[in-house]
Ligand binder design. Structure first.
Ligand SMILES: [Mn+2]
Length: 220
């Protein structure tokens, strides 16, 4: 089985995952978190978070959100897993890099983490805010290069924030450098469905885009 959900923020929004614990999952089952997993946030809480997330009993793959400790993420070993470059956080917990395409049970997922923190002026650089949160041209380049090999076609797109046209339709504002970068992706990629997190609500934007927060969607 493959499940996908929105921000979990360490133990703050972890409670929704207890429903998965009851399903007796194996490591052949996958949970994808659309950013702000919060597992790599505080070195002091790292082991506590690993214990919490390992307790679910499936393989966990997250993209980065804007609330991530990029120092901790970047210290983890880089591995190739499911055809994509990932940081291996723990035996069954992975962070997939931006622009990578992973394949799980014959389904392809284009993964692009990152988003702008709207409260970054109140945060401390490299303690509670990291400049690496922003999606760069390099990230989009990596995506476009990987997409080219498969005719720009994937089953799913997984991001933290969404593209500018979506954010303007939903909020009427909150356009930023990251949502602009994702405009390229929306134009170029032939996808069946796009899931994103970040905005802390659950909403079907249209028949191809879903914002996730507390909901857990079962894909396969
Ligand atoms: Mn969040």
């Amino acid at each position: 089985m493959i499940f996908i959900t929105g921000d979990t923020h360490g133990d703050i929004d972890y409670k929704k995952l207890l429903a998965l614990k009851e399903k007796n999952l194996s490591y052949d089952d996958f949970l994808i978190i659309c950013g702000d997993a919060g597992i790599c946030w505080s070195p002091q809480l790292f082991q506590y978070h690993l214990d919490l997330y390992n307790d679910i009993g499936c393989t966990i793959i997250f993209i980065d959100g804007n609330h991530e400790n990029f120092n901790m993420l970047n210290q983890c070993p880089l591995v190739e897993y499911l055809g994509a470059l990932m940081h291996q956080i723990d035996k069954h917990i992975f962070h997939v890099l931006r622009g990578e395409i992973m394949t799980i049970k014959d389904k392809t997922f284009l993964c692009i983490g990152g988003a702008v923190s709207i409260d970054k002026m109140y945060r401390t650089p490299y303690v509670s805010w990291w400049p690496e949160e922003e999606i760069t041209y390099h990230d989009i380049d990596n995506a476009l290069n990987n997409l080219e090999k498969i005719d720009n076609k994937v089953d799913f797109v997984i991001t933290h924030c969404c593209d500018t046209s979506t954010v303007l339709r939903v909020f009427g504002f909150r356009r930023d450098v990251c949502t602009d970068q994702l405009m390229f992706i929306d134009k170029v990629v032939d996808y069946k469905h796009w899931f994103f997190g970040h905005y802390h609500f659950d909403r079907e934007i249209n028949d191809k885009k879903t914002c996730l927060y507390q909901n857990i969607v079962e894909l396969v």
